[in-house]
Design a protein around this ligand. Sequence first.
Ligand code: ADP
Length: 193
Amino acid sequence: MHPKEEKTFVLVKPDGVRKGLIGEIITRFERRDMKIVALEMFMPTKDQINDHYPKDEAWIRRVGQKTFGTYEKYGYDPVQEIGTDDDLKAGSMVREWLVDFMTSAPLVRMVVQGIHAVDMVRKIAGETMPYKADMGTIRGDFSNDSPLLANKEQRPVLNILHASETPEEAAHEIKHWFGESEIYDYKRFGVDN
Ligand code: ADP
């Protein structure tokens, strides 16, 4: 594959759509010489979201650990806060909240192409936890949330968008969300010629 053909998958989440950030998000990718090669607003089903997020134990535990890491840092007791100190249980709760949240409003799905598309888009998006995300990133500029509050309110952390984490994940997600005929090939001025 030519380096300019790397692709990644992005979903603007309900909070991103409802905050009116669709255009802002696309602009930030495009101004960094990334090319939008597929784009659509749609209403997802619970099954589609359930199949989008990983189901393996390691991923679920990692999500739970993010909660416990924040609790530890700020001196909160996990059992008092969410009734468990088991990362698998905490991660499973978050996963269920995610499925409900992601089907609460239309989403925007897109495929973004360019050099190091996966890493570049993650960098533009910023860290998962908005309170940690650097200023200048989408999450750092337009959101402020933490597991401290989200878990108390039994919802996922609101961080505007999803972006694939690895090229393998990107390939899987692009296939899950788009047919091949929906991905376009065109030359961008100043980028491709
Ligand atoms: P990312 O979206 O940055 O790839 P993850 O794949 O780790 O992050 O998690 C998926 C989504 O689940 C996050 O974007 C966030 O909305 C939510 N989330 C992750 N960990 C937690 C947590 N500990 N508490 C609440 N929500 C979480």
